[in-house]
Ligand binder design. Structure first.
Ligand code: AMP
Ligand code: ZN
Length: 463
């Protein structure tokens, strides 16, 4: 059965046909490591993880490269402002590399907690300065660049199809030239190499024949993807915010340097996590990190469970309430699975469920639908415990909820009323209503149950 993916480039759902049979080469725009990744950032990596898992489930051999931006990302996407890493280093009194290593490490731990599988290759921008300079030289030779006081720029007017990914209205942009573009020839032109304002004052700078400086933000992704995946490859992923500037510029650089089109066959973009209608963004403080949610007694995987309930192309409105409800449903699911594991009854056929499941995940990663199919199977009276458990393990190859690792010594034959009381107590705690939560704990005790607040969330036991 074919996999269909929504391609931002064509604005259509298309059958996935890789360049090389049986292989899927993927480049994922990774984190800028000057601060913690917030749960919005993490949503976009849950999406690329699901993509990889669906491809593997369909027997494609995936190869994923993820970049780590540790230089060159300025506070404004228009090549102005301060370098985010240098700025963080100054504020925290550390050096730039310490900052990058520290936040990258935390990011890697978060990926693990969320069962997001590692990329095959981590590519740090500062480890690939030579490759970036080489690519810029190619662009220079072909006449796509010009120099200004503050850097070397890409001349976007040299490309007929500049802006095709975002369907930018270039004429409209030209008409609106009132916005200051400094020495740039066109508003959409972007920096390939920025000069250090005063050489010797930045922590991260390199020599080049254009002058001492550092690479522009976009060039790293072109240089590193071409290095590891070739001049043309299958899939590029990122958040929806990257369509109009970052990915548009990546395409311009890569296709101009190699002369090969298309550079990337399928462009996939994950929608934002929003809070009270606004994009969750690092520069505005970032809402929650995963560790902050853990401190509120949520399991990391409950956040993954929450994300599975919304299609990756739909914005997800986050609230603590919705996370609580995800945690409760996830707890119920785990209880059901641990119970199924101990039972031996067997009846019915899983074929239909498997087919429906495959249809859903291959239809542009429709995970919410796949989850619904899974819950229907669990409730199906015509299926035995063995069949249900088997399906759980099979489907969890995509969901990534560690259902196989659930311990069978936690036979949660906890009555529904008790479970409900425990959930009410968890809500009270999350709302910091400790009087109510204490009352509920006492009530549970009087009914013969106790609650332990473990790292993985509250755990109800018979006394
Ligand atoms: P950054 O570290 O800022 O470069 O962002 C890392 C990734 O997170 C990029 O793919 C962004 O598009 C994505 N991203 C940023 N904010 C959000 C958000 N609120 N929801 C989902 N993805 C986001
Ligand atoms: Zn990128």
């Amino acid at each position: 059965m074919p996999i269909k993916l929504y391609n931002t480039l064509t604005r259509k759902k298309e059958e996935f046909r890789p360049r090389k049979k049986g292989k899927a080469n993927i480049y994922t725009c990774g984190p800028t490591v000057y601060w913690y990744q917030h749960i919005g950032n993490l949503r976009s990596y849950i999406f690329s993880d699901i993509l990889k898992k669906v491809l593997s489930y369909n027997h494609f051999k995936t190869r994923q490269v993820m970049n780590v931006t540790d230089v060159g990302h300025l506070t404004s996407d228009a090549d102005t402002g301060k370098d985010k890493i240098e700025e963080a280093a100054r504020k925290e009194g550390k050096n730039a590399q310490e900052i990058a290593d520290y936040y990258l490490n935390i990011f890697k731990k978060d990926l693990k907690k969320l069962n997001i599988s590692k990329p095959d290759i981590w590519a740090k921008a500062t480890d690939h300065i030579k490759e970036q300079i080489e690519l810029i030289k190619k662009l220079e030779k072909k006449g796509f660049t010009y120099k200004t006081k503050d850097g070397l720029y890409f001349d976007t007017s040299k490309l007929k199809d500049y802006g095709k990914l975002a369907r930018l209205n270039i004429k409209g942009l030209k008409a609106g030239k009132r916005i200051s573009i400094r020495e740039k020839k066109n508003k959409t032109d972007f920096a390939l190499w920025k000069f250090s304002e005063k050489p010797g004052t930045r922590q991260q700078e390199w020599n080049s024949h254009w002058g001492v400086g550092f690479p522009g933000w976009h060039i790293e992704c072109s240089a590193m993807s071409i290095k590891y995946l070739g001049e043309q490859f299958d899939i590029h992923t990122g958040g929806e915010d990257h369509i109009s500037v970052h990915h548009t510029n990546e395409i311009a650089q890569s296709e101009s340097a190699t002369g090969k089109k298309p550079w990337v066959k399928y462009w996939l973009h994950g929608a934002f996590l929003v809070f009270r209608g606004e994009k969750v963004s690092k520069s505005k403080g970032g809402l929650y990190t995963l560790s902050q949610l853990e401190k509120q007694n949520f399991e990391s995987l409950s956040y993954r469970y929450l994300c599975l309930n919304t299609h990756y192309k739909k914005r997800l409105e986050f609230s603590i309430k919705s996370l609580e409800s995800a945690q409760n449903t996830f707890n119920k699911l785990k209880n059901i699975i641990t119970e199924l594991k101990t039972k031996k009854d067997s009846k019915g056929n899983t074929k239909e469920y498997r087919e429906k499941f495959l249809n859903a995940i291959n239809d542009d990663l429709n995970i919410p639908k796949a989850l619904g199919i899974f819950w229907n199977a669990l409730k199906d009276k015509n299926l035995g415990s063995r069949q249900k458990y088997e399906l759980a393990l099979e489907f969890d190859k995509i969901f990534g909820l560690s259902l196989k690792e659930l311990k069978s010594q936690t036979p949660q034959t906890i009555p529904k009323e008790i479970q409900q009381l425990a959930e009410q107590r968890q809500k009270a705690r999350a709302q910091k209503d400790f009087t109510a939560s204490d009352k509920l704990r006492k009530k549970l005790q009087s009914l013969g149950y106790t609650i332990e607040d473990t790292k993985k969330g509250p755990f109800v036991k018979k006394i």
